[in-house]
Design a protein around this ligand. Structure first.
Ligand code: 034
Length: 232
């Protein structure tokens, strides 16, 4: 049947895309990724700084998701805590798949590979990065997929499951239509995007172990990361 994006849905896409593009981490933080010297300690410190900055940007982005601030306040916190890692996997994947001339993606990949995390997490992590790169998502799709990840109703401690589900379904409907319109030659494209959300859940479980192994090697996190990841 003829897929039509309504006026309200177009306004929703614009609001989310503007928020997504407005909230980038500061250049002075990303520039350090290019400048500082290489060592496992330095890489870990830089990634911690970037992750902390990314969480701050994520909080600001989330506040601009239409309907998010009308949710129960404790649910807003539960959604942020529950989705931060997955949103950061998505964001770092999007950054790594932009082949920037500055050699920025190579540097970031190198620092992640040499940040003291054990080999067993590298393979699934970089497979995910590759699978995101192969999708060649548009900016709208990236912003909507991040929004859908944040609005996942079955995170721990979410009370008003239905309210979050309604919001997520609104976004899923918009993304489904966008995929049909922007990838007419690929009818399975929307399903492939949703498959990435399942992969994100698996990476989230790996991440809990990554944190534990970093902690046992006495790596320090920032107060914001400790709070959002319930570390220490
Ligand atoms: C605390 C640190 C060591 C950490 O723990 N787990 C992860 C960790 C790891 Cl490795 C992998 C995946 C997820 C996590 Cl959450 C990390 C590092 O997390 C990030 C790494 C890079 C970025 C990143 C890099 C470049 C960027 N450019 C921009 C931009 O807007 O230009 C945003 C951005 C974000 C964000 C989080």
């Amino acid at each position: 049947e003829k897929v039509e994006i309504t006026k309200e849905q177009r306004a929703l896409i614009k609001a989310i895309l503007d928020a997504y593009n407005r909230h980038q981490i500061p250049q002075d933080v990303t520039k350090k990724l290019l400048q500082e010297q290489y060592s496992a300690e330095e890489n870990f410190l830089l990634l911690t700084e970037v992750a902390t900055s990314q969480v701050q940007v994520l909080v600001e982005f989330t506040k601009n998701i239409p309907g998010f601030l009308s949710l129960d306040r404790e649910d807003q916190i539960a959604l942020l805590k529950g989705s931060a890692v997955e949103a950061m996997f998505l964001r770092s994947a999007q950054v790594l798949s932009e082949k920037k001339p500055s050699g920025y993606t190579e540097v970031l990949e190198e620092r992640i590979r040499k940040s003291g995390m054990s080999e067993e997490f590298m393979t699934p992590m970089f497979n995910f990065y590759k699978s995101i790169g192969e999708l060649h998502m548009t900016q709208e799709e990236q912003a909507l997929l991040t929004t859908i990840t944040i609005l996942t109703p079955d995170r721990p401690y979410v009370k008003s499951h239905e309210a979050v589900e309604r919001l997520q379904e609104t976004m899923l409907d918009v993304l489904r239509k966008l995929c049909v319109l922007q990838h007419p030659q690929e009818p399975q494209y929307f399903a492939r995007l949703l498959g990435r959300l399942t992969e994100l859940r698996t990476l989230h479980h790996y991440h809990v172990e990554m944190l534990t192994s970093w902690k046992t090697n006495d790596h320090k996190f920032t107060p914001l990361l400790c709070e959002i990841w319930d570390v220490q």
